[in-house]
Write a protein that binds this ligand. Structure first.
Ligand code: GNR
Ligand code: NI
Length: 171
């Protein structure tokens, strides 16, 4: 088991754009395993490679209570989004302890490669649709706070900067 360091907003590396994975090989499988360990340890329901400073199109999600339903998405692409929107209270491992409402399409269809490199398509609604869109944003360098007002974002940024300075002082 290997835990990866999760970048914290407003780290500029969270805005890097992830590149497609050319081949699902042993290196990618190791990244996926380490990302799953990191997500379960946090704990979180999803993690994008960008959050652990790996800028390749890889996501892991597990919405189960027992942490035994890992979903892996490599090179994910949204192929359809509903016109209907839904608002959810979102959180992010890269924005610890802040939660706010974000409106997104209620249902989406997504195409990706699984851990064996095989293509699959999936239709998602509810928390899975929210989580997938939140993770896909990370791969594009976007953090959920960018949907909030400038005032809220500035406050969050300042509080997190202050907190990371305090943590540095403790070390
Ligand atoms: O653990 C997480 N919970 C969550 C709750 C509502 C909407 C999105 C999420 S994703 C988040 C983990 C994370 O930061 N993934 O990028
Ligand atoms: Ni996140």
């Amino acid at each position: 088991m290997a835990l990866l360091n999760v970048l914290c907003y407003p780290d500029p590396r969270l805005h890097k754009i992830a590149k497609p994975v050319a081949q699902v090989d042993a290196r990618i499988k190791k990244i996926v395993a380490d990302m799953a360990d990191t997500m379960y340890e946090a704990p979180g329901v999803g993690l994008a490679a960008t959050q652990v400073d790996i800028h390749e199109r890889i996501l892991v999600i597990d919405l189960s209570d027992e942490q035994n339903e890992l979903m892996v998405f490599i090179n994910p692409e949204i192929t359809w989004a509903s016109a209907e929107k839904k608002s959810w209270r979102e959180g992010c491992l890269s924005v610890p302890e802040f939660y706010d409402e974000v409106e997104r399409p209620a249902e989406i269809r997504i195409k990706a490669l699984d851990i064996e490199g095989k293509e699959f398509e999936l239709e998602a609604d509810g928390l899975l649709a929210v989580c997938l869109q939140h993770e896909l944003d990370h791969l594009q360098g976007k953090v959920f706070v960018e949907y909030l007002s400038l005032l809220k974002r500035t406050r969050i940024s300042q509080k997190l900067k202050k907190r990371s300075k305090e943590l540095e002082g403790e070390r």
